[in-house]
Design a protein around this ligand. Structure first.
Ligand code: ACO
Length: 401
């Protein structure tokens, strides 16, 4: 282990590493990732095994509390979450202030931040007990806020969690229930969403997680840190890629389905277009999550009886890219979000909501990383810079400029 005290930044030398491509920001015992071999593990368990055998709440517990829960621990955890699931009614005024055209991620980030006003004690979390309370609160209320962003978009009345249903089931019900109609859960959809949430649950020091740890390092509190994570996730180079992938595939479809034109555009250095859902900062061989999701996409569409020509376009685009020296040389492979949108679409989730679903999945990872950072008493995050601006200049009065 590194002795933090020996690294007081008094060395005089500064490492310049834009994008932190080779700079570690912390020690972490949560997620292991080997980008060359395509390995991803949460707390030592392989992502393949967790996706197949665990359910989302077990993974949430594992990430945050370090071990898989036994039955009693899981039941207590579930009950604690249910006990905190109601969202203060005044929060509805906050969301009702948004136009229904607002992007769900913008609303989600604002609501997460607004939640602090209704739970002020969640900020000072000096004891592990306070920390636990704050963690349970955000886990309990976040799915409701996520579902509300969809209801707002559809101009539907806001609702609260059905406490008789599980975490994932109740999320779906909150999103899709309509007044006067009984909402019927489809087990295929529940299982597929559960798996997607597990696959997205943590990914070590990615952009949004680093944002969460950085904001948290100022002791701004868990909800403020999570709100920052939501904003960071929104970008198309990060979590927003799942929305961007479907928009790109739709564009290819509307253009007649010829993928070669888009491959050429992605290779053209004068064109800002990138193949969305391709490439990853760390995975340089394959993204193990993408492998699982690609298989799931076939299974889910089959089980739901959905025929989506976009899946065929995605497959032919992947094939063409993987045969193209540009993508091979740069080690660009489909990432987790290349196929996830196709599954969300088959579930009837609108494209603008995809990144919100990702945020629900990533929430436990953000929490686990924030908790690790706080308990490890990490110092405030404060990168240095290399100044390249002007030397000292004399001020000129306005009339002389
Ligand atoms: N399409 C075309 N070219 C690409 C792509 C792409 N999707 N991704 C990278 N490249 C090229 C770059 O232009 C660069 O080429 P060059 O060496 O000739 O200049 C080279 O591959 C290396 O790319 P970088 O941008 O330096 O790689 P970086 O690690 O900084 O970026 C990123 C990784 C952001 C994921 C990038 O691959 C990308 O923009 N992908 C598309 C967006 C996407 O799918 N994001 C989701 C990532 S997964 C997640 O966050 C959940």
């Amino acid at each position: 282990a590194i002795d933090i005290k020996s690294l007081r930044g008094e060395t005089g030398a500064i490492t310049l590493d834009p994008g932190f491509k080779n700079t570690g920001s912390c020690e972490s015992a949560i997620t292991f990732l080997d980008g060359e071999k395509g390995i991803l593990r949460y707390r030592g368990y392989s992502i393949e095994e967790l996706a197949e055998k665990a359910d989302f709440l077990e993974v949430v517990y594992l990430l945050i509390f370090e071990e898989l829960p036994n039955k009693q621990q899981l039941d207590n955890f579930k009950n604690d979450i249910i006990g905190q699931s109601e969202v203060n009614e005044d929060m509805q005024k906050v969301i009702n202030g948004f136009p229904s055209s607002a992007h769900p991620m913008g609303i989600l980030s604002s609501l997460t931040s607004a939640l602090i006003a209704f739970n002020p004690k969640s900020v000072n979390v000096d004891s592990e007990e306070d920390m636990y309370k704050a963690i349970v609160k955000i886990l309990a209320k976040f799915p409701t806020l996520a579902a509300w962003t969809l209801r707002k978009r559809n101009n539907q009345a806001l609702n609260n969690r059905d406490t008789n249903l599980g975490y994932v089931e109740s999320l779906l019900k909150m999103m899709f229930e309509k007044p006067g109609e009984e909402y019927k859960l489809d087990q295929t959809v529940v299982d597929a969403l559960d798996k997607l949430l597990i696959l997205h649950a943590d990914h070590e020091q990615n952009c949004s997680t680093s944002a969460v740890r950085l904001v948290g390092s100022s002791q701004a509190g868990l909800f403020a840190s999570i709100s920052a994570g939501v904003s960071a996730l929104w970008g198309p180079l990060h979590g927003g890629a799942n929305q961007a992938v479907i928009e790109m595939l739709e564009e290819i479809q509307n253009d007649g389905g010829d993928t070669s034109k888009f491959i050429a555009k992605a290779k053209d250095k004068d064109d800002p277009f990138r193949l969305m859902g391709f490439g990853h900062r760390v995975y340089k061989n394959f993204d193990p999550r993408a492998k699982i999701i690609k298989k799931s996409a076939d299974e889910v569409l089959d089980a739901l009886g959905v025929e989506d020509p976009i899946l065929d376009i995605a497959k032919s685009l992947e094939k063409a890219a993987l045969e193209d020296p540009y993508f091979v040389e740069r080690k660009l492979y489909p990432n987790v979000d290349f196929y996830s949108g196709i599954i969300y679409r088959a579930m009837g989730i609108p494209t603008e909501m995809f990144t919100v679903m990702f945020a629900v999945g990533r929430l436990p990872g953000w929490i686990a990383q924030w908790k690790e950072m706080r308990l490890g008493k990490e110092p405030i995050g404060r990168p240095r810079q290399v100044y390249i601006g002007e030397n000292l200049r004399s001020f000129k009065q306005l009339e002389n400029r």
